[in-house]
Design a protein. Structure first.
Length: 303
């Protein structure tokens, strides 16, 4: 309203305009005085003016998916002593909102009733105490203007780090196998590693199980065929669909989905704050583990 009065005051004057608008002339003049001398603002208003750019920066740097809690956590990580309630209030004023999880998604993997498969070695317990002890794998679909494309992920259960992923126009076994190959390239040490998946035909295919055996990885498949059997992988895919696919769609073609997935995975691994990890990104969580649990080799003591 102040801008409207500024625009028309030369023609009509301030008081006649304020008689029509729900604003007193004194309010208008007070706003103009603050614009002329910002130091006359209250201490709270001056602090808000300092925090607003920082809050908007953090929100935009994190793909515009963070709500007040994670924006506040990130600001605290950067050394800013802002209160959470202040972040919530200013985000409302700025019109900034985080994304929220929506409906459940359709199951894309179906196993034959008589298909032979490995045993369930996980039993819905995805807690491990070091990296490279349990990988979980799953896939999902994305609707594009040219048809469906499919995305497979391999995730380290310790840190929730995505160690392998692939986008494909089909659901053939090559999709899951390519994601597995990327994970093996990134982490070639597989001693004592268990690979867990649901009962989908992609992950129990002969080629897939042969590749696991070749790498010395123990396969594990959910026993009941329910989403809880692979809950950790389902959670990561839920974040992917919420924070990227539904947030930034619609999608034109596979190449667009693939490039956006590359960007999201890099952000997720290196920057996204995860509550189960104490609001640390997966890469940082693993780094802390290696710093505190791996003893450097000692120099030989000369005789």
């Amino acid at each position: 309203m102040v801008a409207f009065v500024d625009e028309h005051r030369g023609e009509c004057g301030v008081e006649p305009i304020c008689e029509v608008l729900p604003m007193a002339p004194s309010t208008y003049y007070a706003h103009k005085a603050l614009q002329a001398d910002p130091e006359r603002r209250s201490a709270r208003s001056r602090r808000d003016a300092e925090w607003c750019p920082q809050i908007e920066r953090v929100w935009k740097e994190n793909l515009e998916v963070y709500g007040p809690r994670k924006v506040w956590k990130q600001l605290r990580r950067e050394g800013h002593g802002v209160a959470r309630c202040t972040v919530e209030r200013l985000m409302r004023q700025l019109g900034l909102r985080g994304v929220t999880r929506g409906r459940r998604f359709k199951v894309t993997t179906v196993a034959g009733a008589t298909a032979s498969r490995p045993a369930d070695l996980v039993g819905r317990n995805f807690t491990v105490h070091q990296p490279n002890r349990l990988w979980v794998a799953d896939l999902t679909y994305v609707a594009t203007w040219r048809g469906f494309v499919y995305v497979a992920f391999v995730v380290d259960a310790f840190s929730r780090r995505i160690v392998g992923w692939r986008v494909s126009p089909t659901l053939r076994s090559d999709l899951a196998l390519d994601a597995l190959e990327q994970a093996l390239w990134a982490r070639p040490t597989t001693e004592g590693l268990v690979h867990h998946s649901d009962r989908g035909i992609q992950d129990v295919s002969i080629r897939y199980t042969q590749r696991l055996a070749q790498a010395g990885i123990e396969p594990s498949v959910g026993s009941l065929g329910e989403s809880y059997d692979n809950a950790l992988a389902e959670t990561i895919i839920g974040l992917y669909k919420t924070e990227l696919i539904h947030h930034r769609g619609p999608w034109r073609h596979l190449e667009q989905v693939e490039f956006a997935t590359l960007e999201w995975v890099g952000w997720f691994n290196h920057r996204r704050l995860l509550e189960p990890l104490g609001y640390l990104p997966p890469v940082e969580f693993e780094k802390h583990y290696y710093q505190h649990h791996i003893t450097p080799a000692r120099e030989p003591v000369p005789n």
